[in-house]
Design a protein around this ligand. Sequence first.
Ligand code: PXL
Length: 278
Amino acid sequence: MSSERPRILTIQDISCVGQCSLTVALPVISACGVEAAVLPSAVLSTHTGGFKGFTFRDLTDDMPDIEKHWDKEGIYFDAFYTGYLGSVKQVDIVRQILSSRRVAGAPKIIDPAMADHGKLYVGFTDEFVEAMKALAADADFILPNVTEAAFLTGIEYKETYDEAYVDSLAEGLLALGAKNVVLTGIGYTPDTTGVVVYEDGKKRYYKHIRLEQSCHGTGDIYASAFTGAYMRGRTAYDSARIAADYVVRCIENTPPDHWYGACFEGVLGELIKAVESR
Ligand code: PXL
């Protein structure tokens, strides 16, 4: 990291309404005490998970000029966190920006946000999955859920599984070239879920309560909190644990009829405390 006050670049969409992607990443990363610069991948009127007739403005063609300007200004970043991307062509441009705008040693945190519950999100294709494999190869940390890991590795998606299956997903992601893997939403019993961190050849599991309610956008909350904590010098495992506990609190804070996102705002104070406590 280049400085005491790291500046990160997060690349994902603006869903104007929906409590996901940049509307989550900015407040969560800022709450962790980390400066967040943004490169919006697309602008949508809402996210695509349940709203009908959303607008979609792909910003792929703006990216090269934005990068040129940053180059003239000598702007570099201490870390990158990528989420939902707008097109296959964009994935290549993002890979190039991650390499050209990078302070030496800046970690690349990749959330291959493209699928859940065994299915690709509306609008994503097999070609996009192929492109995402190339971005996965650049990752210092890749943070997929089971569905995304299955798509990226070509391993059959399973709703219930054992440790050997989870290990095979992680091995497949490492074989793609990702240096470390954080698999989210891993549960072996009906009442529990958790995250498995494969770092530097070691595996650690953080298990916690599984809540009945499932909320849209929790993957983005998770990856944002992980990034914020990690950039504040917490270990990968501690960051994974802090992010998992925060997501649980976000879901607990969300009324059952609030269907489109998780109410992360009211419990940001708890995240701040967790990131600051040693
Ligand atoms: O939370 C992931 C996400 C981000 N951005 C958009 C989405 C989704 C998930 O559906 O639709 C636009």
